[in-house]
Design a protein around this ligand. Sequence first.
Ligand code: NAP
Length: 296
Amino acid sequence: MALKQITTTMNLITILLLSSAAAFAPFTPLKAAGVSSTSSTLKMVADDAKVILVTGSSRGLGKAIALDLGKAGQKVVINYVSDGSKEAAEGTVEEIKASGGDAIAIQADSSDPAAIKDMFSQVVDAFGTCDVLVNNAGITKDGLVARMKPANWQAVIDVNLSGVFYCTQAFFKVASKKRTGRIINISSVVGQIGNPGQANYAAAKGGVIALTKSNAKEFATRNVTVNCVCPGFIASDMTAALSEEYLEKVSSGIPLKRLGKPEEVAGMTRFLALDPACDYITGHTFNVDGGIAIGV
Ligand code: NAP
């Protein structure tokens, strides 16, 4: 990316953070689908371990969610899209195995229905089923509406909304036959309260909340629950690049006066994925945002 473009992007992000203290994920380029996987060898997982697919879990919140579930003794599928993330994904697989869970990594573009179908076949081949889907993969391509290119609108809708739909569809084929399953969609406070410069992201994330409710109603007869997590401003690779002084300014706009931690989003996701109480919770949205969205 040219220096000028990076500077412009950072300026825009700075304006956006100051305007709402909302959350942003760093830009991630789309790559053509290609599927490969590592093999699973560990046999230390609990007898009642669930098979949990976390899309976009090579880094960021997805990685924290996958590690948390792995440490809880679950069988986790690490999904990623970029060739450059293969090593990181396989590293996470090893970390999970070392902590008592089991895992495999699969490269697949979550916005490509054929690649997703293939990924679910690989999951069933490796682990026999899929019990929980965490739709986490997401990208940003920020820009003011007046200047937003159609390709940047479409790319964010494709990954952040259509990808959730395609993965859900493929997961439901497996879960509906068993008459049990849980889906957790990672949305964002931006999908609830909007954000200047993120029309594409807000529309996609708001769509995910609506999709959660609709799917919860549609899937209830098959005992498949669907819930949503809305993170606020979470410490990430991108925020690590910002100055301490700047981050203090952002935090001052958050009721709890600090950024969230990926582990806090992971904790909520684990609850929705595994806790027996969640057998009777569906169609709802849970914020992990330090209070940003209070009053919405
Ligand atoms: P991140 O660090 O940029 O990681 C994004 C992950 O998604 C990576 O694993 C990436 O894989 C994967 N991904 C991107 N496009 C994909 C595709 N087409 N198919 C499969 N995987 C794909 O993002 P993050 O900050 O952790 O955000 C994770 C989720 O939380 C997103 O849905 C985001 O919108 C949401 N969220 C984040 C924040 C925050 O503050 N960070 C706040 C609210 C909501 P590669 O490594 O292969 O590129």
